[in-house]
Design a binder for this molecule. Structure first.
Ligand code: ZN
Length: 213
């Protein structure tokens, strides 16, 4: 039996990670510091809920939306597809989903190449076409992810894809680190933190290849 392989699809979090222009920068600092004579190191983190690889909660873009701590964890754990979006595509469309059997894996991650360097926030991304949401729901999909920092164009004020996905009960992962991952079927784990009031949360996202006999 072939041993499963794991892909860590999470961006490392440190000061060099790019954040959405104008958002809080990432900071880790030691409150207690052994180099200063304290008996242990105790760090504190300051960050935006949308820095690095993260889950969006509906409260991010709707006033009364669900908070991230209330999200059903089963969404973020289970079979999933990674789909390659060809370079030069202006958005992710139905054409990219042809032939995918969502019956065996009702989650899908899009590898768009939109955020190639974690240190540099992109100027534009390959967004998700809002029309996709209804099709995905019809096929039983309840989670989509992208390597882009947003499912919408970066200058979008309406956040049409975010809203279309929510209307179709599809959860969102953003800024996934998919560069090393070949397209195919995997098991995904990407659990958000239990932030009671959170509009989003960093996740540790991992893909495991399927055990093939
Ligand atoms: Zn987000």
């Amino acid at each position: 039996m072939k041993k499963p392989q794991f892909y860590d699809i999470t961006h490392s979090l440190d000061q060099s990670i790019a954040v959405w222009p104008g958002d809080s920068s990432f900071r880790y600092s030691l409150g207690w510091d052994m180099q200063k004579g304290d008996s242990c190191n105790v760090g504190a983190v300051t960050m935006s809920c949308h820095t690095g690889t993260h889950a969006d909660a509906p409260f991010h873009f709707t006033r009364e939306g669900q908070r991230v701590g209330e999200m059903d964890l089963s969404i973020y754990w289970g079979p999933c597809w990674v789909v390659d979006i060809p370079t030069g595509s202006s958005s992710v469309t139905l054409e990219h989903l042809k032939g995918i059997d969502f019956g065996i894996a009702p989650r899908v991650l899009f590898k768009t190449g939109s955020f190639p360097r974690r240190e540099q926030f992109p100027e534009s991304v390959v967004p998700i076409s809002p029309e996709l949401a209804a099709y995905l729901k019809q096929h039983g999909v309840f989670l989509i992810g992208t390597d882009a920092p947003s499912v919408d164009p970066l200058d979008s004020k309406t956040l049409s894809a975010h809203h279309a996905l929510l209307e179709n009960e599809i959860a969102i992962l953003e800024s996934l680190a998919l560069q090393q991952v070949p397209a195919g079927r995997y098991e995904l784990v990407a659990l958000p933190l239990k932030l009671s009031d959170g509009d989003g949360s960093p996740v540790r996202a991992v893909l495991k290849t399927l055990e093939l006999k």
